[in-house]
Write a protein that binds this ligand. Structure first.
Ligand code: KIV
Length: 264
């Protein structure tokens, strides 16, 4: 049975966690979706892990269309969520065109990075039949504004802004919220204020779901892994399928992320 947004909402209501994993090609989309991953994220992290850039800023819409098409061909029933890359949703007309292109390529949900400034886009996209995931906290497309990959939401003003942005995104019609690198206690507070499915990465284990970058959880990295990453190759039977299955199990039973993968 294909996973839909209704499935994710039902899992949330039942208090069952779900697993999200990045996928960029057909083979891994097949492996992950058959290992029980509910959502395949065609992340613009492909700029780092496939293209060798030091940020996601150089990724183009054409790149995202190509990889979404590849993932669609291998997918066995997972929900496909694709990132709109940097500066492809800066104006209303551009946002509509970019979303249409990604959905024609196979995305079921589009992911946009940003807070209050996106509220109107979320409302208009939702009205037009485009399910939206809003990515908050450390939004990698803004790395140059942040001055590096830093935990967000540590000072009181940032905390309040993140809470307000979360409520506004849900009110505007967002289907999913995703938080990257925020303190666990802030995540817990936000969880009491929103009712749509919430995905976390480096946000503690109070969320409805977790996401990791595929290459990171397979230990296929050339840089020191971030604190929130766990290498699942050794947690499984040593195979790639085993690692993905171990990740799914650990997300669902709540054993991942542990305190050592979270920020206080
Ligand atoms: O692009 C990506 O892979 C992401 C995840 C890190 C959440 O946005």
């Amino acid at each position: 049975m294909a996973i839909t947004l209704s499935t994710l909402n039902k899992l949330k209501q039942q208090g069952q966690k779900f697993a999200v994993l990045t996928a960029y090609d057909s083979t891994f989309a097949h492996l992950a979706s058959t290992a029980g991953v509910e959502v395949l994220l065609v992340g613009d992290s492909l700029g780092n892990v496939l293209q060798g850039h030091d940020s996601t800023v150089p990724v183009t819409l054409q790149d995202m269309i190509y990889h979404t098409e590849c993932v669609r061909r291998g997918n066995q029933g997972a929900l496909i969520m694709s990132d709109l890359p940097f500066m492809t949703y800066a104006t209303e007309a551009q946002t509509f065109e970019s979303c249409a292109a990604l959905m024609r390529a196979g995305a079921h949900v589009v992911k946009l990075e940003g807070g209050a400034w996106l509220t109107e886009s979320v409302r208009k996209l939702t009205e037009r039949g485009v399910p939206v995931c809003i990515h908050l906290g450390l939004t990698p497309q803004s790395v140059n504004k942040f001055g590096g990959y830093k935990v967000q939401g540590r000072d009181p003003a940032e905390r309040q802004a993140l809470i307000a942005d979360s409520i506004a995104a849900e009110k505007a019609g967002a289907a999913i919220l995703l938080y990257e690198c925020i303190p666990s206690d802030l995540m817990q507070e936000i969880m009491t204020k929103v009712s749509i499915p919430v995905v976390g990465i480096g946000a503690g284990n109070s969320t409805d779901a977790q996401v990791l970058v595929l290459h990171d959880m397979l230990g296929a990295t050339t840089r020191k892994p971030a604190k929130f990453v766990k290498n699942f190759i050794s947690a499984g039977d040593g195979s790639i399928q085993g690692a993905i299955a171990a990740y799914v199990k650990a997300v669902k039973d709540g054993s991942f992320p542990a305190a050592e993968h979270s920020f206080e």
